[in-house]
Design a protein around this ligand. Structure first.
Ligand SMILES: NC(=O)c1ccc[n+]([C@@H]2O[C@H](COP(=O)([O-])OP(=O)(O)OC[C@H]3O[C@@H](n4cnc5c(N)ncnc54)[C@H](OP(=O)(O)O)[C@@H]3O)[C@@H](O)[C@H]2O)c1
Length: 230
C-alpha cells in the first residue's frame, strides 16, 4: 500500500496533515515527531489504528533518521514525504548566538536534506513536499527577528529546485509550499495577537490534494500560499 511520511506530526499543521491524509486517502500514514506519544492524534483517530503508525524520533539526529529508515522499510516504499517539521526562532539578529542558529538550520535545512538522502532508496514515484515559508521567498515582505528562520526557509526553497534538477530523470517529484499564516503555536509565537488567514485543517486539506495531483503538472516549484502576510 502507498505510504505517506509526515514529519513534525505532534501538533499544528503536521497533526492536521496526518488527520487529513487518513480521512481523504487510503494511504498508510507514518506520523513522525519527537513527542513520545502523539496523544491528541491517537484520541482523534482511534478508528484508523491499522493505517496509522506513530514514530517517535528526532529527525535532526542521525540515530533518529536511522531508526526512522528501519521503521519505514517495514512499509516497503514511500509515496509521499512531507518535510513539515520546523523550528522557529524569534530574536533580534544581533542577539542570536551560534548554537541557536545551528539548531534552526539543523531542523529546517539539514534534517530535510539528510532525511531525503536516507529515505531515497525507499522512494517509489515519490512526491517530496517541503513546507517552507513565504518569508523565505525572494522579494516577499520581511519581518524583524526572523533572520535565522526566514533565511533557513530560503535555503529549503533552493534545495527543492536543486533536487528537481538533480533527479529530473527519476520518477520522483519535488515541490515546495511557502506558507503565509496558519493558526498554530508557531504562528502565535511569531505574531502574538494576530489572526492567521488559515486554519491548520484548511491548509492540510489543500496540501493533501496538492500531494496527490501536483506531480501530474509541476516539478521543482516553490508555490506561495498566502491570503495575507502575516
Ligand atoms: N504556522 C504558520 O503560520 C507557518 C507559516 C509558514 C511556514 N510554516 C511552516 O509549517 C510547518 C509546520 O509549522 P506549525 O506552524 O505547525 O508549527 P508548530 O505548531 O510549532 O509544530 C512544529 C512541529 O515540528 C516538530 N519538530 C520540531 N523540531 C523537531 C525535531 N528536531 N525533530 C522532529 N520534529 C520536530 C514539532 O514536533 P515535536 O516538538 O514533537 O518534535 C512540531 O510537531 C513548519 O515547517 C513551519 O516552519 C508555518
Amino acid at each position: 500500500m502507498n505510504t505517506v511520511c509526515i514529519t513534525g506530526a505532534s501538533r499544528g499543521l503536521g497533526l492536521a496533515l496526518v488527520e487529513a491524509f487518513l480521512l481523504k486517502t487510503e494511504y498508510n500514514v507514518l506520523a513522525i515527531s519527537r513527542a513520545k506519544e502523539i496523544s491528541a492524534l491517537r484520541v482523534r483517530l482511534d478508528e484508523y489504528p491499522e493505517r496509522l503508525t506513530c514514530v517517535s524520533v528526532d529527525i535532526s539526529k542521525s540515530e533518529g533518521r536511522n531508526k526512522l529508515f528501519d521503521e519505514v522499510k517495514e512499509f516497503g516504499k514511500v509515496s509521499i514525504l512531507v518535510h513539515n517539521a520546523g523550528a522557529l526562532l524569534y530574536k533580534p539578529f544581533l542577539e542570536i548566538d551560534e548554537i541557536e542558529l545551528e539548531e534552526i538550520y539543523r531542523v529546517n535545512v539539514f534534517s530535510p536534506f539528510l532525511l531525503t538522502q536516507k529515505l531515497f532508496p525507499l522512494f517509489e514515484n515519490a512526491h517530496v513536499i517541503n513546507i517552507s515559508s513565504i518569508g523565505g521567498v525572494e522579494g516577499s515582505l520581511k519581518f524583524p527577528c526572523l533572520s535565522a528562520y526566514s533565511s533557513s526557509k530560503a535555503a529549503l526553497n533552493c534545495l527543492t529546485e536543486m533536487w528537481a534538477e538533480e533527479f529530473k530523470s527519476s520518477p520522483h517529484t519535488f515541490n515546495c509550499l511557502a506558507l503565509g499564516s496558519v493558526q498554530t503555536e508557531m504562528f502565535e509565537r511569531a505574531f502574538p495577537g494576530i489572526d492567521a488567514s488559515s486554519s491548520p485543517e484548511e491548509m492540510a486539506n489543500y496540501i493533501v490534494n496538492f500531494a496527490l495531483d501536483a506531480p501530474k503538472v509541476m516539478r521543482g516549484k516553490i508555490i506561495p500560499l498566502s491570503k495575507q502576510n502575516p
